[in-house]
Design a protein around this ligand. Structure first.
Ligand code: ARG
Length: 494
């Protein structure tokens, strides 16, 4: 317990290894360790600028922190005995430069504002990475859509053949959904990238800290003003997990389709062997295990969100140690979402689509019956509902030729079809799968014409999103590069 610089004054009492391990957040803190070095550096820089610390203390402190930044954090810092990374790093610095110097770093702050800052720093990087992965996935969907503008396939409602569509149209549906996920994540980014620093335990501090300066050093977009909210809110994490859960629901739905399409009874798609497993007993099997695990990862994300939200809902102001338990859910959620997005992209890029099989199924089960009803409306002047009933009755009676339609018309309206000029060839024309698709020219429809227009528009939107994400990444890199540059200068000052 001797190394525990936080605990040694107030508390004694021996703890078992089990107790120490239970309380420690070290395992999850590995993910925020690098962020913590930056937070320490920026805090000391601010203390120095405000003349709260003099140069005699600042220089060796910054030099020690830069050493950690440059050379990495030694494994000894991650011992459970430190409760968390913040205490571990502080103890390490005190051991390195002595307490007279190292013992001054924690002036005017608390682990409460420190950990909140670390989480936000880590999360904003994860968000940028996630946005880039989503952008790559959308790019893949757009390229596949371009390639499959003419690939006709059955479209489903209730998983029953409904109307023919194209693979391009189907893939663009997912691209549109994933673009909304990008929107949600980048809107959330602006709320993540706010600085809690200067809040200390919750009531701020009597030292003349400069909250704006430390925020700016770390590349935050602003300061979380109320210091109680700054240390105790985690809605930025809930929002991220919720957006990632929604994204994973989309990924899971696409995986579900890939699983169905790759099943032999559909045979629409063949997944690359690398993305499949086999059976230990049935030697012939090729199973879509990656897609299945991604489907399950959506459940993990929802679990991570639920656990984080449940943890928060009963907490009074301000910091409560329960908050520590949110970090593993957040880290796990981000990691599961990241892997799924990346691997789904690879799975799509390497899959092969069987155009013939899709085309073969597209016209089955009277999938163009709606077009026939529409033709009867146009040619015979029937109300849509009457035409719908006539065609439905003809299907029930087993055929969509002139004879069956007249028979159905008699049973529905009392007389044969009014348009005596309608020939069987007109009927066949109305039922033609390709013609049916290419009649759908409203924006967002499956016709080759509409799909081309949609792809052009979606590409522009994707470029904008890519540009915005690159800008976020550049702004962060610039802020951190400047911080380190300035710190080196101050550390070497005479
Ligand atoms: N490990 C803690 C966490 O993750 C850091 C803050 C500890 N603060 C405290 N008052 N015990 O939340």
């Amino acid at each position: 317990m001797g190394n525990d610089v936080v605990r040694r004054g107030r508390l004694s009492g021996e703890r078992t290894g089990e107790m120490i391990h239970f309380l420690s957040s070290m395992a999850a803190d590995r993910h925020i360790a690098e962020a913590d070095i930056l937070v320490d550096i920026a805090h000391v820089m601010m203390l120095s600028k405000q003349r709260i610390l003099d140069g005699v203390t600042t220089r060796p402190l910054l030099a020690a922190l830069l050493k950690l930044y440059d050379e990495g954090i030694p494994e000894s810092v991650f011992e459970d005995e430190y409760e968390d990374i913040h205490a571990g790093i502080e103890a390490f610095l005190i051991a390195m430069v002595g307490e007279e110097t190292g013992g001054r770093m924690h002036m005017g702050r608390s682990r409460n504002d420190e950990v909140a800052a670390c989480l936000r720093i880590r999360l904003r990087e994860d968000l940028i990475r996630q946005l880039s992965l989503l952008i790559r996935l959308r790019q893949t969907l757009l390229s596949l859509a371009e390639e499959h503008r003419e690939t006709v396939m059955p479209g489903f409602t209730h998983l029953q053949y409904a109307q023919p569509t194209t693979l391009a149209h189907h893939l663009l549906a997912y691209e549109q959904a994933f673009s909304r996920d990008c929107e949600r994540l980048s809107e959330g980014y602006s709320r993540v990238n706010q600085s809690p620093l200067g809040a200390a335990a919750f009531a701020s501090t009597g030292y003349p800290v400069n909250r704006g300066y430390v925020a700016q050093l770390l590349g935050f977009d602003g300061v979380l003003e109320n210091t109680m909210d700054a240390v105790s809110s985690r809605d930025f994490a809930l929002e991220t997990l919720s957006s990632l859960s929604i994204m994973m629901v989309g990924i899971s739905r696409l995986c579900e389709e890939l699983i169905i399409w790759s099943s032999p009874f559909a045979g629409f798609i063949s997944l690359n062997d690398a993305f499949c497993s086999t059976s230990s007993i049935m030697p012939q099997k090729k199973n879509p295990d990656f897609a299945e695990i991604m489907r399950a990862k959506a459940a993990s994300l929802i679990g991570a969100y639920t656990s984080a939200a449940a943890l928060m809902k009963g907490l009074p102001m301000s910091y409560n140690r329960d908050l520590q338990e949110l970090t593993p859910s957040l880290i796990r959620g981000i990691e599961d979402a990241r892997q799924s997005t990346s691997l789904l992209n690879g799975m799509l890029l390497t899959a092969s689509f069987d155009r013939e099989r899709m085309r073969e199924e597209a016209g089955k089960s009277y999938s163009t019956a709606t077009d026939l009803a529409d033709m009867l409306v146009r040619r015979c002047g029937l109300p849509f509902r009457t035409a719908h009933s006539i065609v439905g009755r003809a299907v029930q009676n087993g055929g969509l030729d002139r004879h069956h339609l007249d028979e159905a018309s008699v049973s529905i309206t009392g007389s044969p079809l009014p348009g005596s000029t309608i020939q069987d060839t007109d009927i066949m024309d109305a039922l033609d799968v390709e013609k049916s698709i290419n009649l759908k020219i409203a924006p967002g429809s499956p016709s080759s014409f509409s799909v081309k227009r949609a792809i052009d528009e979606r590409k522009k939107r994707l470029d904008d999103d890519r540009h915005r994400t690159d800008q976020l990444a550049m702004a962060l890199k610039e802020a951190i590069d400047n911080l380190i540059f300035e710190t080196r200068r101050v550390a070497l000052e005479q």
